[in-house]
Ligand binder design. Sequence first.
Ligand SMILES: CC(C)(COP(=O)(O)OP(=O)(O)OC[C@H]1O[C@@H](n2cnc3c(N)ncnc32)[C@H](O)[C@@H]1OP(=O)(O)O)[C@@H](O)C(=O)NCCC(=O)NCCS
Length: 136
Amino acid sequence: MEADPTVKPADDEIYISEIIVEVDGIRETQFHALRFPNRSAIYPEVIGRVGVSTVPPVASMRQLFVAEKFRYRGIGSQLVQACKGAARRDGCEALNLSLNPMNHHLGRKFYEPRGFSLAAEFADGDRCYAINLKRP
Ligand SMILES: CC(C)(COP(=O)(O)OP(=O)(O)OC[C@H]1O[C@@H](n2cnc3c(N)ncnc32)[C@H](O)[C@@H]1OP(=O)(O)O)[C@@H](O)C(=O)NCCC(=O)NCCS
């Protein structure tokens, strides 16, 4: 039986996969949020992703994205949490990210409640948010 696409899956039906790649000596960990679209599906669909590159002592997170119909249920937070874990594992003391002007609102609404604070603002309008990973 096909799953009703309007019914959101329970949180325990979402999996986070981890892939580690190394390009030009820089290690990047890519996390994907996955779910199986129906009971008989063999392949999962990707409903979210993020990448974190680690160059100790600093890690950089990029391209955080959650598919629209799965937003506001904690998947973005789980992906950020996974990045913090990968950064700590790789010996980083800080995790940062860049927000372009179109996404400035996420600084206050999404990143600050998750422990990040504004670290720099650049001439092109991009803002850098960062979190100190040494604090518990
Ligand atoms: C930002 C994003 C990853 C959040 O994913 P998510 O799975 O909805 O995140 P969570 O459910 O963990 O958290 C939702 C929180 O983020 C806030 N939020 C998310 N998107 C928001 C938006 N567009 N505007 C305002 N607040 C937003 C919500 O207010 C909510 O806050 P609360 O927990 O205090 O209630 C998702 O909205 C997204 O993919 N957006 C488009 C791509 C993007 O902008 N990426 C970030 C580039 S740095």
